[in-house]
Design a protein around this ligand. Structure first.
Ligand SMILES: C[S@@+](CC[C@H](N)C(=O)[O-])C[C@H]1O[C@@H](n2cnc3c(N)ncnc32)[C@H](O)[C@@H]1O
Length: 258
């Protein structure tokens, strides 16, 4: 099932699990940073199809997955019927009971209203609770975005107004956290060139899964031609030895509610 929300992004859970499973696989390190403990109450914000929610639950923690997408939630509930998944918008959510920790992998950069997200997370935590997250940092997927921008500009389309992502620097995001009353105990902004699967068509999996908002107003024929051009422009940087690897730069943070 495919679903459109707000910024024009469609979350197709089948394509996500089938062709983009690297997202949750590479997010396992963020669970290590979380260090979930048996009996803790943990919220997985932007849980997607639930693979890391399950990983957290394996520690014995009581975890709830929250997501905005019906398609992703439906898949998560099918895969992990023993876990709790709720529909919610991370930019404006409240919780009945506070959590010991809020976790998030690969989701916060889809939420442009970051200040509201940080406020909601802060309110959702107990005092001393932790917020552990990884998402796209400054300059994330920049080579891909520049190529998309160039190709859309050739057709008179302004990509900046369609860009769905928020990729802050460590300084920017740490300031946001500190302003809200968090103490940042860990922050890392690192290069993570990310291999795509299926060789020659790998970049298309990424474009189809994540870059939809840029192409929401163009015809399928235009999009197909644009994909060809984007491949041509990025090939020298992102294609090597039969495989595509997208220029990810991640921000990983751990912050404690004061
Ligand atoms: C790339 S997926 C990551 C999913 C999962 N955390 C993982 O590691 O596989 C991003 C998820 O963020 C969710 N998302 C985006 N904006 C959201 C919002 N405002 N509130 C809640 N979830 C949101 C999407 O629906 C999607 O499931």
């Amino acid at each position: 099932m495919v679903q459109h929300k707000g910024n024009g992004q469609s979350w197709a859970s089948g394509h996500y699990d089938g062709k983009l499973s690297f997202v949750s696989e590479l997010g396992r390190g963020v669970v290590d940073l979380l260090q979930p403990v048996e009996g803790e109450r943990i919220l997985d914000l932007g849980c997607g199809t639930g693979d890391l929610t399950q990983e957290i639950a394996a520690s014995g923690a009581h975890v709830t997955g929250m997501d905005l997408s019906y398609s992703m939630l439906e898949k998560a509930r099918t895969k992990y019927p023993q876990l709790t998944f709720v529909e919610g918008n991370a930019e404006r959510f409240t919780t009945e009971e506070p959590y010991d920790a809020v976790f998030s992998n690969a989701a916060l950069h889809w939420m442009k209203n970051a200040e509201e997200v940080v406020k909601c997370v802060h309110a959702a935590l107990i005092s001393g609770g932790r917020f552990v997250a990884e998402f796209g940092g400054q300059h994330n997927v920049e080579i891909a975005v520049q190529a998309i921008t160039q190709v859309l500009k050739e057709q008179g389309v302004d990509a900046a107004s369609l860009n769905p992502w928020y990729f802050p620097s460590i300084g920017e995001y740490s300031s946001l956290l500190e302003k809200q009353g968090f103490r940042v105990t860990y922050a890392l902004h690192f290069d993570r060139p990310t291999p795509m699967q299926d060789g020659e068509i790998g970049l298309r999996h990424w474009l189809n899964g994540f870059a939809g908002p840029f192409f929401r107003d163009v015809s399928p024929e235009f999009k197909e031609a644009a994909y060809d051009r984007i491949e041509q422009i990025t090939r020298p940087d992102l294609y090597d030895n039969g495989n595509w690897a997208v220029d990810y730069k991640r921000l990983r943070i751990r912050a404690i509610k004061m």
